[in-house]
Design a protein around this ligand. Structure first.
Ligand code: ARG
Length: 461
């Protein structure tokens, strides 16, 4: 049997393989709510413009409401032979209200319809993700406020560099996530133009009111060019780009959690809720959630790459290639959403171990820079020379396998005669972090103030 929706000039139905490759209902049924919302706005506009009769528009709206509840209660029968969500809904509408259903598609095409649906879905999802990022930032800022003065090693090259505080480290991620949020909001702002009424590609001869449908669907304005309206998916690529960068940030935090929870580090403990055991090794507490957050990044960046490749080289306007956008968009953004939820759960319950962190902060001569700074400040020698003197003191300590504070004053004075025993006061990790009072530095007072500021701003959101 030929297709009821477009089969007028066809004498046979599609081959089974054709149906299989062509159908998108398996995944685009996710767009049912957006599709119905778009159709209701379109029908109301058609009636307001006198293009269809008011009672037909009422029947259409009532039928669409019935379909919405059928889908949400699980009684709706999706048919692969009807290809996609748009035709499944329209076909059921015809069963429910008869010929009036056929008027809904006046001055519209599936090309502008699908562009509206997917834009609405991306917009809804970006709004959800915005709230999720705020939740993660709050969890991080809470840990930062609790541990504003908890000293830990700061690393470069994953080698001990200088002591920092755990709170400062948490707030570094808050800053990154704030920029991620900004990128999502920028993407949302550019996305928010309504393609409905572009019709197939050229616009329509019916006297439609695109400003009305744009406003009804919460868009800022209608899109300005009908060809562009149905041809581009850059809004989705932009959302996936922002998602990829956010996922990259999450993967770094996830990697740190994996390292920090290892028996060799023991910097932090994850709660039982976010760890798993081993079926053979009873001692194990594996950070699976962190590992999976790290892995989701590959998937999310993969979606961005896949959609970019799908879109490249397509002549204007719509090509069926574009049906392949949906699985990438859904998978990329839903993976980010799940990763954010898992990371927030982990951070909420995260327990840093201050004693272990402090001991680790002192290893690896992490206060060597403090010693060099003291030489500059107290003895007035140039930093380069101070660096050299400190290097010799570190070498001596290292050859004796002791910390800097165990090198005797006489030994230090043999390297530079001007050193006094006041130097020992800067060699502790606590003194080191307290001294970092420059703007943006790790001094506990700075960190406490920043954490409180973030928490106040996040509460105000
Ligand atoms: N299922 C299609 C998609 O997702 C809807 C648009 C179909 N348009 C067309 N000209 N065949 O892209």
């Amino acid at each position: 049997m030929s297709n009821r929706m477009w089969g007028g000039r066809f004498s046979s139905g599609p081959d089974a393989v054709m149906e299989e490759i062509n159908a998108s209902i398996g995944f685009d049924k996710k767009l049912y709510a957006q599709d119905i919302r778009g159709s209701k706005a379109h029908a109301a506009m058609l009636a307001a413009q006198g293009i269809i009769a008011a009672d037909d528009a009422e029947k259409i709206a009532a039928g669409l409401d019935t379909i919405l509840s059928e889908i949400e209660s699980g009684t709706f029968e999706f048919k692969r032979s009807l290809e996609d969500i748009h035709m499944n809904v329209e076909s059921r509408l015809a069963e429910l209200i008869g010929p009036a259903a056929g008027r809904l598609h006046t001055a519209r095409s599936r090309n502008d319809q699908v562009a509206v649906d997917i834009k609405l879905w991306v917009r809804d999802t970006l709004d959800h993700i915005d709230g999720q990022i705020a939740d993660l930032m709050t969890a991080l800022a809470e840990r930062a406020a609790e541990h504003a003065g908890t000293v830990m090693p700061g690393f470069t090259h994953l080698q001990s560099a200088q002591p920092v505080t755990f709170g400062h480290h948490m707030l570094a991620y808050v800053e990154m996530l704030a920029r991620d949020r900004g990128r999502m909001r920028d993407a949302r702002a550019r996305l928010n133009e309504c393609p409905l009424g572009a019709a197939a590609l050229a616009g329509t001869s019916f006297p439609i009111d695109r400003h009305r449908t744009a406003a009804a669907l919460g868009f800022d304005r209608p899109t300005a060019n009908s060809l562009d309206s149905v041809a581009d998916r850059d809004f989705a690529l932009e959302a996936l780009s922002a998602a990829s960068i956010a996922a990259m940030h999450l993967s770094r935090l996830a990697e740190e959690i994996v390292i920090w929870t290892s028996a060799q580090f023991r910097f932090v403990k994850l709660s039982d809720k976010f760890t798993t055991g081993s079926s053979i090794m009873p001692q194990k507490r594996n950070p699976d959630a962190a590992e999976l957050v790290r892995a989701k990044t590959g998937r999310i960046v993969g979606s961005l790459n896949a959609l970019t490749m799908i879109m490249k080289g397509l002549p204007l306007t719509y090509s069926k290639d574009m049906q392949e956008d949906k699985e990438q968009i859904f998978d990329g953004l839903e993976s980010l959403s799940l990763a954010l939820a898992a990371m927030t759960g982990m951070i909420r319950d995260l327990q840093p171990d201050p004693a272990v962190l402090k001991a680790a902060a002192g290893s690896g001569y992490a206060t060597a820079t403090d010693l060099a700074d003291w030489l500059v400040r107290r003895l007035g020698i140039p930093f380069r020379e101070a660096h050299h003197v400190t290097g010799r003191i570190v070498a001596l300590a290292s050859s004796r396998e002791v910390g800097l504070d165990q090198v005797t004053l006489a030994e230090m004075q043999a390297i530079h005669a001007g050193i006094t025993d006041e130097v020992y006061s800067v060699l502790t990790v606590e003194r080191s972090v307290v001294s970092r009072t420059s703007f943006g530095g790790t001094a506990p007072d700075n960190v406490a103030r920043e954490a409180a500021g973030w928490l106040a701003r996040l509460r105000g959101d």
